[in-house]
Structures are given as structure tokens and as C-alpha cells.
Design a protein around this ligand. Structure first.
Ligand code: ZN
Length: 154
């Protein structure tokens, strides 16, 4: 388990130091901003949806290592995916992030099993659930993506 945590830490640091899909896209890409006032994290998401596919995505903004590495991981995970696949990934990711709250609320109920394999590198962020104050850092870019897709009617 220690090795796995080490690997997860390395994935998060790698995406923080070398963020993927960094920058902004020119119009007609859709621009949407997300803000996490609890930590001061900002995400500026540029989103290009073509034929129900997330054709391109870029991330700008600044914030803590969790928020920025999560945004980088998100961009790499959804780029080139269909809108339906991207939304499904958002749901699975948010399920992973909420499981701690769910188990706290009702300890007698077994949490839904999560398909960690479907999450790939994103599973690296599961350690964040141990620090509830950081969960909003990790989910910021995902909520911003959902907002962008909603605004596009995608
Ligand atoms: Zn943060």
C-alpha cells in the first residue's frame, strides 16, 4: 500500500510540475471559469466540443497542487472522448471523491464499489478523500467541465 501511495504522490506531482493541455483556446472554444473560495483555486477552462466529442480542452488559472494536478489529469482524461464518456468519467470521479462523506453519514451502508480501473491515473487523487477540506480543490476542474458542457447544451 505504501508503494501505491508513493506512485499516487508521484502522479500528482508530475501533473503539477508538468501540467498537460496548459493554456487557452481561441473562439469558437467555450470559456468557463471555476473558483474555489475555500482555498483560492482558480480554473479557466477552454472547451471545444465538435460532433458530441470533446475535441480539445485547455486549462489556465492557478491554485494549490491538488487543484492544478486534478485539472491536468482531467484534461488528459477527457480530451478526445465523447461528451457522454466525459460526463460518465465526471460521475465516477465525483463518486470516488464523495465516498468518504457517504461512509461517514451512514457507516452501516456499504459504499458503491468504484471502478478504479476506469479511472486510470485519476485514481491517484483518491487519497484526497482523507482530507475533506481538499476535496473541493480536487473536484473544482470537474465541476467547471460540467458547467461548460451544460452551457454548451452538450
Ligand atoms: Zn486548493
Amino acid at each position: 500500500m505504501a508503494d501505491l501511495e508513493e506512485l499516487y504522490r508521484e502522479i500528482i506531482l508530475d501533473h503539477y510540475r508538468s501540467p498537460r493541455n496548459r493554456g487557452e483556446l481561441p473562439p469558437p472554444a467555450h470559456r468557463v471559469e471555476g473558483f474555489n473560495p475555500l482555498c483560492g483555486d482558480e480554473i479557466v477552462l477552454s472547451l471545444l466540443v465538435e460532433d458530441d466529442v470533446v475535441a480539445d480542452v485547455k486549462i489556465a488559472g492557478s491554485g494549490c497542487s491538488i487543484s492544478q494536478s486534478s485539472a491536468s489529469l482531467m484534461s488528459a482524461a477527457v480530451k478526445g472522448k465523447s461528451v457522454a464518456e466525459a460526463r460518465k468519467l465526471v460521475a465516477t470521479f465525483k463518486q470516488m471523491m464523495s465516498i468518504h462523506e457517504a461512509t461517514l453519514d451512514d457507516a452501516t451502508e456499504e459504499p458503491e464499489p468504484i471502478n478504479l480501473r476506469a479511472l486510470g491515473e485519476l485514481a491517484a487523487l483518491q487519497g484526497v478523500v482523507k482530507f475533506p477540506v481538499r476535496i473541493k480543490c480536487a473536484t473544482l476542474s470537474w465541476n467547471t467541465l460540467t458547467q461548460g458542457l451544460d452551457e454548451l447544451g452538450a
